[in-house]
Every structure is written in structure tokens, then in C-alpha cells.
Write a protein that binds this ligand. Structure first.
Ligand code: ATP
Ligand code: LTN
Length: 333
């Protein structure tokens, strides 16, 4: 079988709202290009989304929209397995076992936990804390070789590797060691308003992000308002975080490197540059948006893809789970 020779990929995204340009450049756009060379599984991480308060009706809608958006970006259900995390119960089952093999001290060092508990001080729940154990289960159930994510998830990947290593040493070799796959450019797209902060869909300042569902006017407006600096020169550098971020976005979408971009906008103000960046985003998102609307309207097709995805993913996941249950000493009848 052809698939047996291929390495396996797994990644996930939370249905906490429309995807941002950061989600697209840092993670999602790589997924469809990897699916031909890898045996790929892509998941909408709805259980992870519950770690912050969700409106039930909205979560349901966002989950469906997230799946439709992934298909619209080119994930092909004939090549990849696309599924919803909660449709495969093995994720929560393995996550319990892994959380019993994850140390409190390690979890307290997670940057995302610290950030999110500061942001949601009224709801620092146990799920937010044990989030990495569920993420480790997502990855280890499928023995993924590679996990394509943005730079902010690197720490969770290291945690997954530690848990896998500890489990393998304590019992016997069970899990594969997954490697993060982080693209060289655009692994951390910054907020358009505070370029020292990552662009995030849950930012309270809407001017900080661009959504994949935004129309052309909104996209243009966001870029026109983007924070830059006062020297008016299109050049990358640590002293110019705003402009560098815009160059990263433009470069990721057009394939041009920093030197080419500097040359292209030499002697021109930020106005022209910002318009060009906005246009590159509009050109990328317009065809995806058309496809997205089409898929979202075809409920039968979308549900069919997700049902099949859940079935295929479960088959792989349950095999791993059974092995783990046996190894840790759970009684099997
Ligand atoms: P939230 O704001 O709800 O925490 P998020 O926008 O950070 O969500 P996630 O669902 O947590 O999105 O992330 C999905 C993927 O997108 C992950 O691989 C993550 O690393 C990547 N990602 C998120 N934000 C960015 C960003 N600004 N730049 C590059 N990659 C990003
Ligand atoms: N924690 C990830 C989403 C996620 C994920 C995964 C990514 C959940 N499970 C498994 C890769 C592999 C995030 O982006 N916040």
C-alpha cells in the first residue's frame, strides 16, 4: 500500500471564531500542500475550545464553519482525514491516561496557560491547565511524525514529546516521537495594532487582526490602519516591528523575499505598500471565500465528509488506545 511508506501528519485548529490571517499563514495554508506527500489527519479541536467559555450555539456553528474553511483552503477528503475532535472519543480517553503521566510543574510552565489564565481570570479551569495532555493525546493516538503548527505551539509539542518519552520508558515503546513542522516565514504573524503581540482571533481590538471571512473593504481598512513607524522606509528590522510584520505577510503570500520587497517599494511611502499588502491578502482570500460559501451551504456534503472522517480516524485511534489501556494495566474482558 502506498500510504504505508508515507510519514504521518496531524494538526488541529480550535473553532473559537473565524480563522485569522495568522492562522492561515502560520498553519492552515501548509496543510493542503502537505497532504500529497504525507498521510494526513486534520482536526477541528472543539474540545480544546471548551477551555474558554463558549456559547453552545456559536460553538456548533463555528465548528461547522471551521471544517468548511479547511475544505475551502484545499484539504481534500480523498487525500486527508478531516474530522471533529469530539467525534472520536479516544481523544478524551487517552488524554486521561496521559494526564496521569504529566507533571503539575511542567503544565504550570506553559506560556499559553499563563497567557490565557491572565486573559480569563474569572475562569481558570482545570481543562485550561491540562490542555497539553489532550493535545498530546490528539497527536500520539495517530503516531504522527510531523505536526504543522505556528511557533506559539512549539512548547506544547515539546511537552507531547516528553510525555511520550516518559510513557515509553515506563511501560514499553508505544508512541512515535512527533516533530514540530514550523514554516520559516510567517510562523508568527503579529497583531496589526500591537506588533509585539501575536495576531489572535480572540483579540478585543478588532483592528489587530484580519479574518479569512473579511470582505475586501474591511481588509483594506485594517491594513491602512496598521501601526508602522515614522521613518517611512519599507525595510525589515528589529527596530521596525510593524513594517517587518507587513513585509512578512506580503512575502508569505507573494513568495517575494525581504530584499525584493524593499526594492519594490523603494522611495514610496507606506500608503502604497499597505495597499499592496492588503491586495495580496484579498487576492488570496477571495477564491477561498467563494469555495467556503459553497461548501457551507452544502450541508449534506459537509456532514458526509465529517462522518467519514470520524470513522476513519476512530479506526486508527482506537487501535492505539486499546494498546495503551492494556499496557497501563486496565482490565480487559
Ligand atoms: P485563540 O485566539 O482562540 O487562542 P488562535 O488564533 O491562537 O486562537 P488556534 O486555534 O489556537 O488559534 O491556532 C491554530 C493554529 O494557528 C496553530 O497552529 C497556531 O500555532 C497557529 N497560529 C495562531 N495564531 C498565529 C499567528 N498569529 N501566526 C502564526 N500562526 C498562528
Ligand atoms: N493547541 C492547538 C490546536 C490543537 C492542535 C492539536 C495542534 C489542538 N490539538 C494537535 C496540533 C496538534 C492550537 O493551535 N492552539
Amino acid at each position: 500500500m502506498e500510504n504505508e511508506a508515507k510519514k504521518r501528519i496531524l494538526s488541529g485548529i480550535q473553532p473559537t471564531g473565524s480563522f485569522t490571517l495568522g492562522n492561515y499563514i502560520g498553519a492552515v495554508r501548509n496543510w493542503s500542500s502537505l497532504q500529497t506527500d504525507f498521510d494526513s489527519l486534520y482536526m477541528v479541536a472543539d474540545l480544546h475550545a471548551l477551555t474558554v467559555r463558549q456559547n453552545p450555539a456559536e460553538l456548533r456553528r463555528h465548528t461547522r464553519e471551521a471544517a468548511a474553511m479547511l475544505l475551502a483552503t484545499g484539504i481534500d477528503p480523498q487525500q486527508s482525514i478531516l474530522f471533529i475532535q469530539s467525534h472520536v472519543p479516544a481523544h478524551t480517553q487517552l488524554s486521561w491516561i496521559l494526564s496521569c503521566n504529566t507533571q503539575f510543574g511542567d503544565l504550570s510552565r506553559m506560556t499559553q496557560f499563563k497567557d490565557k489564565s491572565a486573559k480569563h481570570a474569572d475562569n481558570v479551569n482545570a481543562g485550561l491547565f491540562t490542555y497539553p495532555a489532550l493535545m498530546a493525546a490528539d497527536i500520539l493516538l495517530y503516531n504522527a511524525d510531523l505536526v504543522p503548527v505556528g511557533a506559539d505551539q512549539k512548547q506544547h509539542l515539546e511537552m507531547t514529546r516528553n510525555v511520550a518519552q516518559r510513557f515509553n520508558n515506563l511501560y514499553s515503546p508505544t508512541f512515535n516521537m512527533p516533530e514540530p513542522y514550523i514554516s520559516k516565514t510567517g510562523a508568527k504573524v503579529m497583531s496589526l495594532q500591537e506588533p509585539d503581540k501575536k495576531m489572535s482571533k480572540s483579540d478585543t481590538n478588532v483592528n489587530g487582526f484580519v479574518l479569512m471571512t473579511d470582505d475586501a473593504d474591511t481588509i483594506l481598512r485594517r491594513f491602512k490602519r496598521a501601526v508602522t513607524d515614522s521613518d517611512g522606509i519599507v525595510r525589515a528590522g528589529d527596530d521596525k516591528p510593524g513594517v517587518t510584520n507587513l513585509m512578512t505577510i506580503y512575502g508569505s503570500l507573494t513568495g517575494k523575499d525581504f530584499a525584493a520587497i524593499e526594492k519594490e517599494f523603494e522611495g514610496q511611502g507606506y500608503g502604497t505598500f499597505k495597499e499592496a499588502v492588503a491586495q495580496s491578502v484579498i487576492d488570496t482570500f477571495t477564491p477561498i471565500q467563494a469555495e467556503y460559501s459553497r461548501i457551507l451551504e452544502d450541508k449534506e456534503y459537509l456532514d458526509g465528509v465529517l462522518a467519514e472522517g470520524a470513522q476513519k480516524a476512530s479506526r486508527i485511534a482506537e487501535r492505539t488506545l486499546r494498546k495503551v489501556y492494556k499496557k497501563v494495566g486496565l482490565l480487559q474482558l
